[in-house]
Ligand binder design. Structure first.
Ligand SMILES: NC(=O)CCC(=O)C(=O)O
Length: 303
């Protein structure tokens, strides 16, 4: 039997409430409060048996272009000092304390030389070592008249790399952030590289969430016959941006194993290799692809 996932894995998504919008918290204390709250929820997930734990996009700050510069941290050269990146050090310590792999949602990053800002996810091993990073590749620039206008590119720059991370005891995961999920190419490339799971820390909103969140999660699962995890902040109607919530885990047939509502919670699922292999045996699209017919999906080659 082909092995994508070396042994069963309990996955947890922490649908975190961040208190960062509260005017009575100065920003520095606010971030510390969010990091400390994240710690308690990650430890709770580890107590629940999870060996891979995911936090949401912008988990330690409010989500909004006006907030990114204020909350941005410097990650290079790596490892950064505690002053440069309190979140890096907190996440590393939390992963070690939880003795679990930790996908630290995302944080705003400032690259000091270029003075560019990124939306960046940091991944730590159970010993607290950094084992991967992803800079959001597709920026959330949308304008739905009368509903929502958002332009991440006013402040952020896009990352230029796709991310597949090896969790040595388990196998490979594809990692991307929120709006990245709308671009199926990166998911497919991760799956072709052998990922058993595609993870998206994300923060859809109350307009696009009901339209596309679950549909996109299930679509990436059915396209690639991998597990898919979408991890959102909980909804806070006092914040300037109303996150959709509804964190979910889909199986390789696009069935939803578990889905949150909009409140703070932790959801869990047990992942195993057999389910991936059986799904790919039953409907063998994973091996039926015709890359000889479509070697270049950009449409730019003559083929
Ligand atoms: N934070 C984001 O990238 C939001 C993406 C989103 O809401 C969407 O509809 O796409």
């Amino acid at each position: 039997m082909a092995t994508f996932l070396k042994k069963p894995l309990k996955l947890a998504l922490v649908q975190l409430a961040s208190g960062a919008h509260r005017q009575d918290f100065p920003p520095g204390a606010d971030k510390a409060a969010n990091l400390s709250h994240a710690r308690s929820k990650v430890l709770e997930a580890a107590q629940g048996g999870a060996r891979l734990i995911v936090l949401p996009e912008c988990f330690n700050s409010p989500y909004g272009t006006q907030f990114f510069p204020k909350y941005a941290e410097t990650l290079h050269p790596s490892p950064p000092s505690k002053e440069q990146s309190p979140s890096f050090h907190a996440l590393s310590a939390i992963a070690a304390e939880a003795n679990a792999y930790l996908i630290g949602g995302s944080i705003p990053e400032l690259e000091p030389e270029s003075k560019k800002y990124y939306n960046t996810s940091l991944v730590f091993s159970p010993s607290g070592s950094l084992i991967g990073t992803h800079r959001k590749t597709h920026l959330f620039d949308i304008d739905i008249p009368g509903k929502i206008k958002f332009k991440e590119s006013d402040v952020l720059s896009p990352g230029n790399e796709l991310t597949v991370i090896d969790l040595p005891e388990y196998g490979k995961i594809g990692l991307a952030i929120c709006y990245d999920i709308r671009f199926p190419e990166s998911a497919m490339i991760a799956a072709r590289k052998g990922a058993f799971l595609l993870v998206y820390p994300g923060a859809f909103n109350t307009t696009t969430g009901p339209l596309h969140w679950s549909l996109l999660g299930r679509a990436r699962a059915v396209d690639n016959q991998t597990y898919v995890a979408l991890c959102s902040p909980s909804r806070d109607l006092e914040a300037t941006y109303h996150a959709y919530g509804h964190s979910l885990i889909a199986d390789p047939s696009a069935g939803i194993l578990t889905e949150a509502d909009e409140k703070e919670t932790i959801i869990y699922a047990d992942l195993d290799n057999e389910t991936i292999v059986n799904t790919r045996k039953s409907i063998p699209i994973y091996t039926q692809r015709r890359f000889d017919v479509y070697p270049d999906v950009s449409g730019q080659s003559s083929k």
